[in-house]
Write a protein that binds this ligand. Structure first.
Ligand code: GLC
Length: 729
């Protein structure tokens, strides 16, 4: 439909119809077994159901076609309903959770994964996803760090833009693509105490320098939607925050798409103490420019009254409605409300989608320890032990449209590789301690003690038989995701006991950690000969893990987030400030910025990861020692594969602005390149450094670079590399 026709349609709509285009109701209003991802408010009334502009949490080509047919028949102007769903790391074929995808340092792979998700979701009738989550996350206590790509603004920018491009493709009318939604705007990862729905205290400088960057970069790719976050920023809820939504999002970022609230976030401004009642909440959300109210009922209950009284102008309402109609039009819904989807087939896992998922899993795994080349596994007696060995629950709590039965477990994959006589399996212990709290409630087993005694005894028998124990531990998928903040980052005590008992047998122990967040692993590392972080790897988890354990492919993942010595260090991030008395790398440290009982930095730092081969960096150099703002310089380093296996290596570029009108981080990631090297081969890796890359939010409250000295590192993680220096004049 062309612009004039859309405007003509708008002019024909009643006030009630227009208001309802801004209302999103749960899919359970249309389909009983919809996925409910928030606290529901009871049933919508018939009018709302008949006129609501969009719904969320339902999928399936046949049933969505039936809903759409009934809906459009009832609608006075037959405007199609929009179907939205959280497809954040998979629909039928579930990829590694986003934190694992961040660990690939491979935006191209992530873009392909998003395109695959879009194709599957679209064939199930979905029009829009609530992804990418571009929140910067420095606090492992926050369970939603699992849904992010980590703690670095540059890496998150690369990943969020890749996802928007993958989901949306070149044209939203292409039925194999779906609308993207950049969330949670903004700074949801900075909640006090690492807790959801909480306040964030951020200076404008920190907000702009770190937390807004990835959203801004992703919005340059024209996502159809942005979602408001649940938190307050310096005391003002994002969902009613005109500075954030009008000045930053609309004016500075130039976002012209649909701004949707998070689930019930409009109404929750009452709980925050920012809105008097639902009518006030509706007013404040509209004034901030929120186009769609997700499930709170404030718009459906009070917006028409607000317009009739003149508190909200009909012009403002029309602008919001036109943005929603434009989105439906961009999706081609007016021409084809079913977007050519095959009503009979719907989405399914395919060999092709499995292949992509399997490759992404292998790329996401991060090897943290490999003492005496414990990995890759030898063709000998291998005992696979632990609660993650044979569970099909390898996907996150946000992959609810993917069926567990499609998942390949670690043991199933191992059984494909090793002779049955050469492998044994023992569960070893329960996934969680007795009465553990999860997102789905308290986990309690009647015979928990006896069950674990039995499981331990079987595990010790299997370990005695084996040459190597592959111990699969981790955090249950219901213990990360929304509203799963934790004050401890330790593995369950029952799992640590299993490791401790197994270590007494004296066999080689290769520990795999399945998790949606950084955990405290110092004690685990001491008792393990090798340690591999597997994140929540999804449908092809077992095969991807075994491709690396067997040596078919060398691990290449790098940490997208710091792993601490202890939770007491959180929030923890590599791009910290120097302080007035930086703790020296060695020697006396009294009267410096330090902990008496812990290192300042991470146990395993951002950007770190081992390979089965070794790489040597040499000849790091800069093309010149000085540059002016109109010039660039080239930073280069030679990387050689000095081992006997092919391997991928992610060469990282870090820059430090040594002196600024505001203090600057001790390092900031400014580029990365992942290359493959055969044994004995080498490659020169180069990066161009421009003045634009040196800009920051200065004390004069503007983006600018400042003359002075800069350090550069071309290296293998955020803590190593030869220091180079240049001047900007
Ligand atoms: C949830 C989440 C958000 C999600 C939305 C719809 O509360 O905060 O990330 O997209 O509701 O499910």
């Amino acid at each position: 439909m062309d612009k004039k026709a859309l405007e003509a349609l708008l002019s024909e709509m009643s006030l009630e119809e227009k208001v309802m285009q801004l209302v999103q109701i749960p899919g359970s209003e249309y389909e009983a077994d919809a996925e409910i991802t928030g606290v529901t408010r009871g049933q919508a009334d018939e009018k709302v159901k008949r006129l609501a502009g969009s719904t969320l949490g339902v999928w399936g080509s046949k049933r969505l076609k039936k809903i759409q047919e009934n809906y459009m028949k009832e609608h006075p102007h037959h405007i199609p309903l929009m179907f939205m769903l959280d497809v954040i790391h998979g629909h039928k074929t579930v990829l590694p959770c986003p934190l694992g995808q961040g660990a690939t340092f491979d935006p191209e792979a992530v873009k392909k994964g998003a395109a695959m998700q879009a194709k599957e979701a679209s064939s199930d009738g979905v029009h829009a996803t609530f992804s990418p989550m571009a929140d910067l996350c420095r606090d492992a206590r926050w369970g939603r760090i699992m849904e992010s790509t980590g703690e670095d603004k540059y890496l998150n920018s690369c990943m969020a833009t890749a996802m928007v491009e993958g989901y949306q493709g070149e044209d939203l009318k292409d039925p194999e693509h779906i609308a993207a939604c950049v969330k949670h705007f903004a700074a949801y990862g900075a909640g006090e105490g690492g807790r959801d729905y909480n306040n964030t205290e951020l200076s404008e400088h920190t907000l702009r320098e770190h937390y807004l960057r990835a959203y801004g970069e992703a919005i340059k790719k024209n996502p159809a939607m942005v979602m408001t976050s649940f938190n307050t920023i310096n005391g003002i809820p994002a969902t009613g925050n005109t500075f954030l939504m009008k000045k930053i999002l609309r004016e500075e970022f130039g976002f012209k798409g649909v701004l949707i609230s998070d689930w019930a976030a409009v109404g929750e401004m009452i709980n925050h103490g920012f809105a008097e009642d639902q009518k006030d909440a509706a007013f404040k959300a509209m004034m901030a420019g929120v186009d769609i109210d997700m499930t709170s009922g404030c718009y459906s209950g009070y917006l028409e009254e607000l317009v009739k009284s003149g508190e909200i102008s009909e012009k403002m309402l029309d602008e919001a409605v036109l943005r929603v109609l434009n989105m439906k039009n961009d999706l081609g819904l007016f021409e084809d409300p079913f977007r050519e989807i095959d009503m009979e087939e719907g989405a399914s896992v395919t060999e092709e989608s499995r292949k992509l998922a399997r490759k992404t899993v292998a790329e996401s795994l991060v090897l943290l320890e490999n003492k005496a080349q414990a990995l890759p596994l030898r063709k000998e007696r291998n005992a696979f032990i632990g609660p993650f060995v044979n569970t099909k629950r390898l996907q996150s709590s946000w992959a609810f449209s993917g069926e567990d039965e499609n998942t390949v477990t670690v043991f199933e994959a191992a059984s494909e590789i090793y002779e049955s006589g050469n492998i044994k399996f023992a569960e070893g212990c329960t996934m969680m301690d007795q009465d553990s709290v999860t997102a789905r409630g308290v986990c309690h087993m009647e015979n928990w003690q006896e069950e674990n005694e039995k499981l331990l005894s079987e595990a010790l028998e299997a370990a005695k038989w084996a040459d190597t124990v592959i111990l699969c531990l981790g955090e249950d998928s219901t213990q990360s995701g929304e509203a799963t903040s934790k004050a401890s980052l330790k593995l369950p005590a029952v799992q640590l006991k299993l490791l401790d008992e197994l270590s007494k047998i004296g066999k080689r122990i290769v520990t795999l950690i399945f998790t949606g967040r950084p955990l405290e692993l110092a004690d685990v590392a001491k008792l393990s000969d090798a340690m591999l972080v597997c994140w929540l790897p999804g449908t092809e988890g077992g095969n991807g893990v075994m491709d690396v354990l067997s040596g078919k492919t060398s691990p290449s993942g790098r940490l997208p987030v710091s792993f601490p010595y202890t939770v007491g260090q959180e929030p923890l991030h590599y791009d910290m400030y120097s302080t007035g008395r930086p703790k020296p790398a060695s020697g006396p440290s009294e009267y410096t910025s330090r902990y008496l009982d812990c290192e300042n930095g991470a146990l395993y730092p951002f950007g770190y990861g081992l390979s089965y081969t070794t790489f040597e960096y040499s000849g790091a150099s800069l093309s010149k020692e000085k540059m002016t703002s109109g010039e660039t310089l080239t930073a280069s380093v030679k990387v050689r594969n000095t081992g006997d296996m092919k391997g991928d290596v992610t060469v990282q570029l870090y820059i430090r602005d040594i002196t600024g009108s505001r203090v600057r981080p001790i390092r900031e990631l400014a580029g990365f390149k992942k290359i493959s090297l055969e044994p004995g081969s080498e490659e020169i890796v180069s990066f161009k450094i421009s003045e634009e890359m040196l800009r920051f939010w200065t004390a004069e409250e503007k983006w600018d670079s400042e003359p002075g000295r800069f350090n550069v590192w071309l290296c293998d993680s955020s803590v190593d590399g030869e220091t180079l220096e240049f001047r900007l004049d």
